[in-house]
Design a protein around this ligand. Structure first.
Ligand SMILES: [Zn+2]
Ligand SMILES: [Zn+2]
Length: 348
């Protein structure tokens, strides 16, 4: 699965049909000097954020972002409602899954560069998935009157008929990247049958999947940390990272998985997508006045990584909250001719 919440920014805009996303056209776009930082991973203790975050922390972060950009407030309303449902269901999902592996075996997988869930048959209980999708739809509708009314009927679609049908549907969609998922939904006419745009439909389906993946990550993380992992994709679910933060405490680059919310340290002077370590070919840029929100690019593979600098921001960030605030960086990167890393998915 290669879609992520950043690419789903468009989904929020479609959900909130009144829009409200202000164009960044008036701002001057600059490219920084060649990135000269000599920082390297020092193998210090792994200071990661705990997922899920508390709702209080999320609310405080959102307030800070909305103060700077009021146009984001409606999007954050929808985001917060969906998150509240996800948090509630994480507790329930936790009771239905278990990772019965010896920590040493898990470490061996990481040492060999194999992401952990690649060898597992995921247990995503159909009934629970259906309930979760329904709860997410209701939450979106409650947060935004502008959201499509048809969301409330999604659970009646034939895909959600309980039994083998539903289990197969979940297995099928869990394998697809964003474009493939939308194509699938259009090919099976699920969009037409439900009266929902395939973008909105895929958003809801993936938000529900992400809740299951996050529980898997949490369980795995209770057994091992990810310090052995040095890849550009997630040690748990294989999703390619498209977001990073420079840790406030020590400047370490931490890659973040939007799907399962794993975090792992990755060297700053190395492209996570092609492994290029030539410093001259690694650069970053940002908008004037927004130094903490950067686009890091590689001139070898032409891919970009959105990065938030915790030091410049003077605090560490919450991935999903920051992702919404950083949505404009995708446009900037694309205007400069760089590509998203989304076609390199490692998903099973
Ligand atoms: Zn992951
Ligand atoms: Zn590269």
């Amino acid at each position: 699965m290669a879609c992520n919440i950043f690419y789903f920014l468009q989904s929020y805009v479609i959900i909130l049909t009144s829009g409200g996303m202000e164009e960044e056209k008036s701002r001057i776009f600059i490219i920084s000097e060649v990135f000269k930082c000599q920082w390297e991973s020092k193998g210090v203790s792994f200071l990661e954020q705990v997922y899920p975050p508390s709702m209080d922390k999320v609310t405080r972060e959102i307030e800070k972002n909305v103060k700077k950009n009021k146009d984001l407030s409606k999007i954050y309303e929808v985001y917060k409602s969906v998150l509240a449902v996800q948090l509630q269901y994480m507790d329930r999902i936790e009771k239905t899954i278990s990772i019965e592996a010896d920590p040493d075996e898990l470490k061996d997988l990481l040492r060999n560069g194999t992401f952990i869930l690649s060898g597992y048959t995921l247990n995503m209980e159909g009934k629970l998935y259906k309930e979760l999708v329904q709860a997410i739809c209701e939450a979106i509708k409650e947060a935004s009157a502008e959201a499509p009314d048809n969301l409330l009927n999604l659970h009646t679609a034939e895909e959600f008929t309980e039994g083998a049908n539903l289990e197969t549907f979940i297995k099928d969609i869990a394998k697809l990247n964003k474009q493939d998922l939308q194509d699938y939904l259009e090919r099976t006419e699920m969009d037409q049958r439900t009266g929902l745009d395939s973008e909105v439909l895929s958003f809801v389906l993936v938000m529900a999947l992400s809740t299951f993946y996050s529980v898997y990550m949490k369980k795995i993380r209770e057994n091992i940390d990810f310090t052995l992992w040095r890849k550009g994709h997630c040690p748990v679910c294989g999703q390619v990272a498209s977001f990073a933060r420079h840790r406030g405490e020590d400047g370490a680059r931490v890659l973040l998985c939007w799907l399962c919310h794993a975090e792992w340290v990755f060297p700053r002077i190395e492209c996570p997508y092609c492994g290029n370590k030539e410093q001259k070919k690694l650069r970053f840029f940002y908008l004037p006045g927004e130094k903490a929100r950067q686009v890091h690019v590689c001139e070898v593979c032409n891919k970009y990584l959105k990065t938030v600098d915790g030091k410049a921001l003077e605090r560490d960030v919450l991935l999903d909250v920051e992702a919404i605030a950083c949505g404009y960086l995708d446009d900037l990167a694309e205007k400069e001719g760089y590509k998203r890393p989304d076609d390199m998915t490692q998903m099973h």
